[in-house]
Design a protein around this ligand. Structure first.
Ligand SMILES: [Zn+2]
Ligand SMILES: [Zn+2]
Length: 682
């Protein structure tokens, strides 16, 4: 073998500098193999040592030889990341206007980026020791109905790139379509002597245990890895490596799993594709759904987007023929029918303590029959604000443009936007009045009232406050599944995905605020949320002794078109009306947007920065709106403003952003700013 010659390695490092870095490599001993692109390496950076990713190997460098430092070590023990994975990261970096290093390194588990490789080595050893998992008792696959069978056939008919939008009413058995398609693809690859890996993304961590159990039961003898932010570092490292080594056949995860390294990836599934949680809201502000689609196209594999209420983007693409629409029109369980939806007109019917008499009567009926009820109120705490009738004092947060929320059990006022917490004042801070009033209702207050109304009932509240401890949400949901709860009450946490077998009533309390939001997507989100929570009712095959399942919505706007569409479960009607509005108003998906946000101690400085940014470069074909304060202007004492860019051409916007970012990064000043491409909160 000829002696290895020194070379230059180009690395991506986790720094805000939008460049890559050259280092010199020379063999330390005769045994050192040549480094490869995709390997991790330890290098000196300033006075520190850091881990970087090798993105190129070159004979020489543009830098002077004395400026180039030596590589400290190569992590040979970890096989290199693939060219596809690096291309995916590079696309994400370019599209979302971030340096490559800020994409590739933060998405690796910490143990891989640690300077000591002991955790990595021990994780690799543990993975080595993993054999085939013991054969668990298999659950028999349920029979598919005609729609489900047609969907599975369509998804698995081809092995090349195609986006399928699986539009299925709640309870229509979308998960079964995913599992059956996965099974078919795994089997096909095995017969051809190859390996397949399947990636299934879900919006909510709390849904992973439920899905993980059914996947494990259905695929005994296969490795299933899960990837989400609540795993311990050790668990995350092992899951990540087993996906990277191709050992995990199925990877389940939340949005971050879209960046998992999976060398044999053959199918991607995105469940509840419309869910806003697929959009990362800090750092690299990516859309996991959009990256998944890019990834499928680059690998030339099928991708499935599943939803009962698809995003307007996906619905539009299905309408125009870019995506193929597969429809599941019926509920999967025999005889299970969609719940009956009715509105309670709160303009006419007076409610004491937030619950209208028809809803109370419906709950009472369920209690008598031993069935479960679910009450949905998307507002946690006891009351959203506390007020003094005498002088008009109101519990504003001193640091945010927001109210302090009353949390009665904890005896605290809490700001949900910064960490500020205060004891409940015993009298008005302004006038001394001792009779302070809670205004409005949150989940804690409804819970209190339920105990008064139904002292015998077992009431369980599930929201971010009741589930702070790790694992407590899962434990709470299990008590509902075991039938130990009569009335379940909660925020959007209870709306998603769960399959409650004895639930026949859903009550929706005060959803109206979203109708008047500044955010043009609020209606779309509300509709999805209501359809989803309504879908928790009546999922089991109805038996003679169970009530007809129903959904009661308390609203003061009973004539609103959104509620009219909801009454008939008419998503297509709602979607085409919404898309028509978007088209005439020039909103996404008919235009492309980017949002520059600036933060400062004073609003004037933030606005001034945005004004300068606006005038920095000529911007033909790009609409630059005026800089404006954000709706929630102040958070934790910081003033925030934003500048919205729009264009009907995605490529025009992208190429403008590239040069604009370069110019902005050269601007002096210490003001914090961020750019978001395809923002979902405006
Ligand atoms: Zn007062
Ligand atoms: Zn605050």
């Amino acid at each position: 073998m000829p002696p290895l010659s020194p070379c230059i390695l180009r690395l991506a490092l986790d720094t805000p500098l939008a460049i890559e870095f050259d280092y010199r490599w020379q063999p330390q001993s005769g045994d050192d193999p040549m480094p490869r692109v995709g390997q991790l390496a330890q290098v000196p950076f300033g006075r520190r040592e850091v881990i970087g990713l090798i993105v190129a190997i070159q004979a020489g460098s543009d830098y002077a030889p004395d400026k180039i430092r030596d590589i400290t070590a190569i992590r040979y023990q970890l096989p290199p990341l693939s060219a596809h994975w690096i291309a995916l990261s590079r696309f994400a970096a370019d599209y979302y206007q971030r340096p490559l290093g800020e994409v590739v390194l933060p998405c690796l588990p910490k143990n891989l980026r640690a300077l000591k490789s002991t955790a990595l080595d021990s994780a690799l050893k543990k993975i080595d020791a993993l054999g085939i998992p013991p054969q668990a008792a298999t659950t028999a696959a349920p029979d598919l109905n005609t729609d489900q069978q047609a969907a599975v056939d369509a998804i698995t008919a081809v092995s090349d790139y195609r986006v399928s939008l699986l539009f299925g009413v709640t309870g229509s058995g979308k998960t079964e379509v995913y599992l059956r398609s996965a099974e078919k693809i795994l089997e096909r690859e095995r017969q051809q002597g190859g390996h397949a890996q399947i990636l299934i993304l879900v919006p909510e961590i709390n849904l992973t245990p439920q899905l993980e159990n059914s996947v494990r039961a259905r695929f005994p003898g296969l490795h299933v890895a899960s990837l989400h932010s609540q795993l311990s570092e050790g668990e995350r490292t092992r899951s990540w490596i087993s996906a990277h080594l191709g050992q995990a056949s199925i990877v389940l995860g939340t949005r971050l799993a879209v960046l998992a390294s999976m060398p044999h990836l053959k199918l991607i599934v995105i469940d509840e594709e419309h869910d806003p949680s697929y959009k990362q809201q800090e750092g690299l502000r990516y859309s996991a759904r959009d990256l998944a689609i890019w990834r499928a196209r680059d690998l030339d594999i099928p991708v499935v987007l599943g939803s009962a209420t698809p995003s307007m983007e996906s619905w539009h693409h299905a309408d125009s023929g870019r995506y193929r629409k597969l429809v599941l029109a019926q509920r999967a369980a025999a005889q299970a029918v969609l719940p009956k939806i009715a509105l309670i007109d709160m303009e006419r019917i007076k409610a004491s303590d937030g619950l209208a008499p028809p809803l109370i009567a419906a709950i009472r009926e369920r209690l008598a029959r031993g069935e479960q009820s679910l009450l949905f109120l998307n507002r946690r705490g006891y009351a959203p604000v506390v007020n003094c009738d005498a002088c008009g004092w109101i519990s504003n947060c001193q640091r945010c443009t927001a109210f302090m929320v009353l949390h009665k059990p904890e005896r605290r006022l809490r700001c949900h936007h910064c960490s500020l917490e205060l004891r409940i004042p015993s009298s008005c801070p302004t006038c001394g009045n001792v009779d302070l009033q809670p205004l409005g209702r949150g989940t804690q207050r409804i819970e209190e009232y339920l105990h008064v109304l139904f002292p015998e009932a077992r009431v369980l509240r599930i929201d971010a406050d009741s589930t702070r401890k790790k694992g407590s949400a899962q434990a709470a949901f299990e008590t509902v599944h075991r039938g130990e709860v009569d009335i379940l009450l909660g925020t959007q946490m209870v709306a998603k995905g769960h399959d409650f077998q004895r639930l026949t009533l859903v009550g929706v309390i005060n959803p109206d605020t979203a109708l008047f939001s500044h955010d043009y997507r609020a209606g779309e989100r509300l509709f999805a949320q209501l359809m989803q929570v309504a879908g928790r009712a009546g999922r089991a095959a109805s038996s003679a002794e169970m009530s007809q399942s129903e959904v009661l919505v308390q609203t003061r706007y009973a004539q609103h078109p959104l509620y009219r569409a909801l009454l008939t479960h008419d998503f297509p009607g709602f979607a085409s009306a919404t898309l028509e509005e978007r088209r005439s108003a020039g909103l996404p998906p008919f235009v492309f947007q980017a949002l520059l946000r600036a933060e400062s101690k004073t609003l004037a400085k933030a606005l001034e920065f945005l004004q300068q940014a606006r005038d920095l470069l000529p911007h033909q074909g790009i609409v630059m709106n005026d800089p404006v304060p954000m709706t929630m202007t102040r958070v934790a004492g910081v003033e925030r403003a934003q500048l919205l860019l729009e264009s009907t051409s995605r490529s025009a916007l992208q190429s403008f952003l590239k040069s604009w970012m370069q110019a902005l990064r050269k601007q002096p000043g210490r003001l914090r700013w961020t750019l978001e491409v395809d923002p979902i909160d405006i």
